[in-house]
Design a protein around this ligand. Structure first.
Ligand code: 48F
Length: 260
């Protein structure tokens, strides 16, 4: 077998060229999603599937957010109907425990959801943290995000971010609702109040989370556990149907709003 010879400088130049072509391209988006957990990936999957230019920024070097940890590190997660339809669509195997209640492998769920999202056309960028938004007045609207390398933040280096524009910004950052929190603190005119999530009450939390998912201020949307944080909804633990359905609902709201 003859392995093609590629020298180090070519490797460097090819990577830089391809990277900067991508960054030039996704500096302007229809949808920016912050966080590649279940709700962010579902929002990206359905946005990209509808033809919207969609970029996901993920702080870590992995996909799936809280999926990978399963329940207390056990590798199984509960999914309830109708979210099982999404998992069937992307080919995840379901183990039925009762009518409408299934258990799935966390690694399979995570990998297939990420693969489906990429195949639908979304771009996922790892190792980038969103630490602020861009806004405009008259009319007041969130119009994008500020991005910084996670490594830069971890090293507490004093480095200015770059800015990325989007017609819709989705906070899918999980329990801390990081993007909405910074927007509520730095743009009080948006009128966002964050009461914090309540303790666990799974039976009602799933329904409420999906119902309350959507636009929280012009151009700014909440998906997943970020919704429980800003709407004082109970947490639900390792049942993930609402995370997927929340992301899907946000994508549907964005599609409707961008077409209006
Ligand atoms: O936490 P996470 O999985 O959020 P989610 O989609 O799902 C929650 C469930 O996993 C679970 C649960 C279900 O009942 O309670 O907790 O709401 O994923 C959030 C992702 O966002 C990334 C973080 O690394 C994780 O992968 N993230 C958080 N803040 C930022 C961020 C940020 N500022 N910039 C970029 N990525």
């Amino acid at each position: 077998m003859n392995i093609k010879q590629v020298d180090e400088i070519k490797i460097t130049r090819y990577i830089l060229k391809a990277t900067f072509e991508d960054w030039m391209d996704f500096s302007v988006n229809d949808v920016v999603i912050v966080g590649a957990g279940p709700s962010g990936l579902a929002a990206a999957y359905y946005s990209a599937k509808a033809g919207l230019k969609t970029t996901v920024f993920e702080r870590r070097l992995s996909f799936g957010g809280g999926i990978g940890g399963g329940a207390m590190l056990f590798h199984k997660i509960v999914i309830e109907s109708p979210a099982d339809e999404i998992l069937r669509e992307i080919g995840v195997k379901l183990q039925k425990f009762e009518e409408g209640v299934y258990v799935v492998d966390s690694s399979e769920f995570m990998a297939k959801l990420a693969a489906a999202t990429i195949d639908a056309g979304a771009k996922i960028i790892h190792g980038v943290t969103v630490d602020d938004v861009i806004f405009r007045e008259n009319p007041l609207r969130v119009t994008g995000v500020a991005v910084e390398w996670t490594a830069t933040q971890m090293a507490s280096l004093h480095v200015d971010p770059l800015f990325i524009s989007a017609k819709a910004v989705v906070d899918a950052t999980g329990h801390d609702a990081e993007v909405i929190s910074v927007a509520s603190r730095k743009i009080p005119e948006l009128g966002i109040v964050i009461p914090g999530e309540k303790s666990a009450y799974s039976e009602i939390a799933e329904q409420l989370t999906v119902e309350q998912s959507g636009e929280v201020a012009p151009g700014l949307y909440a998906a997943g556990m970020a919704v429980t944080e800003i709407k004082a909804i109970p947490r639900m633990g390792p049942i993930f149907g609402a995370m997927l359905l929340s992301g899907k609902k946000v994508a549907e709201d964005i599609i409707k709003n961008l077409q209006a």
